[in-house]
Design a protein around this ligand. Structure first.
Ligand SMILES: Cc1ncc(COP(=O)(O)O)c(C=O)c1O
Length: 410
């Protein structure tokens, strides 16, 4: 017991894990080419080349790149016809942008609980929140693990709703052999620093629907009309365009996406195999139709009843002392202070009381069970993985042996 780092012993890991984003790809030549072209933004052929390449990567006909995933979400909602006061169904366990983009479109996020096995929206609960104001389901592929698209698309068809995929974390992930993003009406990706493809900041919308793509073009480009005049503005859009420096960074990274996906998959499988041997720790599951995940994060669940009721947060403290940074990630979005809304600022939300909402699975996952490891832990070699596994075994073994020592860790 005393050999646990939190009680003064030696930590399992003292070196850092792999760093992210990858800095050793050959970016220099590509960036120099952009500098010399003098076309750094709108009209750059390199942005067009990126759009075409990323569309193909995601099995989509069209791609419009943007300056972030958040703006891509807003653009996609507007292009899908979401109007003031419309309701959009979202999972409660996701990054804030999934819901805040809906508010930014003057619409109403309606939260649904998640499936405890996959942490994606629980499709069986969607129909219970549909009202005449519901216009869309914004599904999230959390951690790059596809949501139950078969069930969600069937509900959308029955109720005449559009499906927008928040695939911000799901580059390269597949549902039934097709890449996610354009399986619904359209989907968005993020290229922010932590993502599996990163340009520092950036985003994209993919779709197979030409009219939707043209509307996205307009909303992301000051309301301009595709093929129209420079000073012709048909929608209330913004300047949410991408830039050529980011485009070439991503074109370079796309050459490595497949090999990095394979590395993440192999490492995830190794972790799943070893960690599932520890009673009380359960790796996250997937739907039968999922053919590929992007493994943006490594997620698992901690069941305190198997650890004599020692809370997960105390397990985190002991893991962090061992040099393996595990943490809890998102809180249920409706608990964020943002949802204590002022009716003068958000009049269309005056009948929505987010404070009294309670979604039990989301809350249990967030408050008690979820364990996150950042994606760089999936990019290491066998020695790195062995250190992660040893830390899990060491800490969980010690908790089971002497739980009282862990109850009130500072
Ligand atoms: C699920 C999800 N949606 C949306 C976003 C927003 O993307 P960005 O940070 O590029 O605006 C993110 C990224 O952080 C995300 O993880």
């Amino acid at each position: 017991m005393n050999d646990l780092a939190i009680f003064g012993g030696n930590p399992v890991r003292t070196k850092p894990f792999s760093s992210w984003p990858e800095t050793n790809h050959d970016y220099g030549t590509a960036l120099q080419k952009v500098v010399e072209s003098g076309r750094w933004g709108v009209g750059s052929p390199l942005i067009k080349q990126f759009n075409e390449t990323f569309a193909e990567t995601q099995d989509a006909k069209y791609c419009i790149s943007t300056n972030s995933g958040t703006t891509a979400l807003w653009v996609a909602l507007k292009a899908a016809g979401i109007k003031a006061g419309d309701e959009v169904i979202v999972p409660a366990y996701t990054f804030i942008a999934t819901a805040s983009a809906i508010l930014m479109a003057n619409a109403v996020p309606v939260f649904v609980d998640i499936d405890a096995n996959t942490l994606n929206i629980d499709a069986s609960q969607i129909e219970s929140v549909i009202t005449p104001k519901t216009k869309a389901i914004m599904t999230v592929h959390i951690s790059g693990n596809p949501a139950n698209l078969g069930h969600i698309l069937a509900i959308a068809e029955k109720h005449d709703l559009v499906v927008i995929e928040d695939a911000a974390q799901a580059h390269g992930a597949e549902w039934n052999g097709t890449k996610v993003g354009a399986i619904g009406l359209g989907g968005i990706f993020s290229f922010q620093t932590s993502k599996n493809l990163s340009a520092g900041e950036g985003g994209a919308i993919v779709t197979n629907d030409e009219a939707f793509m043209e509307a996205c073009f307009s909303y992301h480009n000051c309301g301009r009309v595709m093929g129209g005049k420079w000073y012709e503005h048909n929608h209330l859009g913004g300047n949410f365009r991408f830039n050529a420096f980011g485009a070439v960074m991503l074109l370079e990274q796309l050459k490595h996406l497949e090999s990095e996906m394979v590395l993440r998959e192999n490492n995830r499988n190794k972790l799943d195999e070893q960690i599932s041997q520890i009673e009380g720790l359960t790796p996250i599951g997937r739907y039968a139709e999922t053919t590929r995940e992007s493994n943006h994060l490594y997620l698992l669940k901690y069941d305190s009843s198997k650890f004599n009721d020692v809370h997960r947060d105390n397990f985190f403290k002991a893991m962090q002392a061992e040099g393996v940074f595990t943490y809890k990630g998102y809180t249920p979005l409706y608990r964020e202070a943002l949802f204590i809304t002022n009716p003068d600022e958000y009049p269309w939300l005056k009948d929505h009381d987010y404070q009294s909402l309670s979604l039990p699975v989301t809350e249990n996952i967030s408050d008690n069970e979820i364990v996150w490891l950042k994606q760089n832990h999936l990019l290491g070699n066998d020695d790195d993985l062995n250190d992660i596994i040893r830390a899990f075994e060491k800490v969980t073994g010690a908790i089971k042996k002497d739980p009282d020592k862990f109850r009130d860790l500072a």
